[in-house]
Design a protein around this ligand. Structure first.
Ligand code: WQD
Length: 354
């Protein structure tokens, strides 16, 4: 079964491509490489033994999507990752986020309906919950006003998907509300590739540990949590990738259903504070992290972590990997990136000396 993976060269997308192949699917990637690198395709070839087919382009390009859907009439489903995802950047450049995240989703839906491809797993986010009143957060927890344009685009996309299904279009959709994806593939051949200084906690920790960053700033230590730092639900990206395969399987099985829409939390069900993540990283890596406690980051919620019964009941899925596994894999990935940089520097030096 062929599955189109938009943003398939990205962090979660590339790990999902591996999971799809492992499950016997044929992934087709479309990616504009705005937030990824061609080296990811080489990594996928190394892991999979062959490079998945990849179209370089943007999901807002209706003609490109038509060409892809016509070239692959046996496409059975789509996993839609392609979006901008930096909370801070979305505050500075909201139009970029509304144009890309909404525009790509609408153009993709039109192509899916036109070519009769009904199954869609959509990359949503726990940001739709804002700061939940009750924890752990369940799918019946109220969606609250988004704290950023990024979070708002996820909420609006979920509404677009629901309305499209309700209008009677032949679509079967699952919105996966991720918590905090971290870690890397066990091979350390693919992982998180932040462009510029990392916005997210774990890549900043590993870059500090490897000497790329001087010091980690921990945003806020006066929250109402055990150690004063924020709590999040950090899920290994490989577990998250498997959840997408489980979602596609559920949608594929609904052959007799013309319209379907649901949403589900994809997390571990356990919350960890920032300091717990730092301490766990130090324990698994043996490397001390240089950090300072600074003021809160605007837009951060104090604590959010998932109740995941629905994912287990609906998808037959739950996490298998731990926070320690994810931090160990993230560290191995960071060390491999450092080795690659050193090799490139040596080659440049050799080239210079010749
Ligand atoms: C986690 C905690 C920070 C960096 C966002 C999106 C979410 C998803 C992941 C796309 C917070 C603290 C961070 C640092 C720090 N996006 N932190 N120092 O904001 O929970 O989630 O990214 O998939 O949809 O909302 O993730 O990793 O940025 O922050 O102290 O240098 O780490 O304050 O408490 P976040 P994050």
């Amino acid at each position: 079964m062929k599955v189109l993976v938009t943003g398939g060269a990205g962090f979660i997308g590339s790990h999902t491509v591996v999971a799809l192949v492992k499950a016997g699917y044929t992934p087709i990637i479309i990616d504009n490489f705005e937030n990824s690198d061609n080296s990811v395709l080489d990594g996928l070839a190394e892991i999979l033994g062959a490079q998945p087919l990849c179209y370089e382009g943007d999901c807002r390009d209706g003609e490109l999507l038509s060409m892809i859907f016509e070239a692959h009439p046996d496409l059975q489903g789509v996993i839609h990752f392609a979006a901008n995802k930096a909370v801070g950047e979305s505050v500075k450049d909201p139009l970029k986020y509304y144009d890309n995240n909404l525009g790509s989703t609408i153009t993709l839906l039109k192509a899916m309906v036109h070519y009769g491809v009904p199954n869609l797993a959509f990359s949503s986010s726990c940001t739709v919950y804002g700061q939940p009143e009750v924890l752990p957060v369940t799918e019946s927890s109220p969606v609250q006003a988004a704290q950023s344009p990024y979070g708002n685009t996820k909420q609006i996309c979920e509404e677009i998907l629901q309305d499209a299904v309700r209008s009677g279009l032949n679509l079967r959709v699952l919105s996966l509300r991720y918590f905090n994806p971290i870690g890397a593939h066990e091979s350390a051949i693919i992982g998180e590739l932040p462009i510029g200084p990392p916005q997210n906690l774990v890549p900043f920790i590993t870059q500090t540990a490897v000497g790329l960053r001087e010091q980690l700033s921990i945003f806020g230590h006066d929250y109402n949590t055990p150690d004063g730092t924020c709590i999040r639900d950090y899920i290994h990206v490989v577990d998250l990738a498997d959840a997408h395969v489980a979602a596609i399987k559920v949608l594929e099985a609904k052959q007799d259903v013309d319209q379907y829409y649901d949403f589900v939390n994809i997390g571990t069900g356990t919350g960890s504070t920032v300091l717990q993540v730092v301490n766990t990283f130090e324990a698994v890596s043996g490397v001390k992290v240089n950090y300072q406690l600074v003021e809160r980051r605007p837009g951060d919620v104090e604590q959010v972590y998932a109740q995941v019964d629905k994912a287990t009941n609906l998808l037959g899925w739950k996490t298998k990997l731990t926070l320690e596994d994810a931090l160990r894999d993230a560290w191995r990935w960071e060390q491999r990136l450092a080795e690659n940089r050193a090799d490139e520097a040596d080659e440049e030096e050799d080239g210079f000396m010749d």
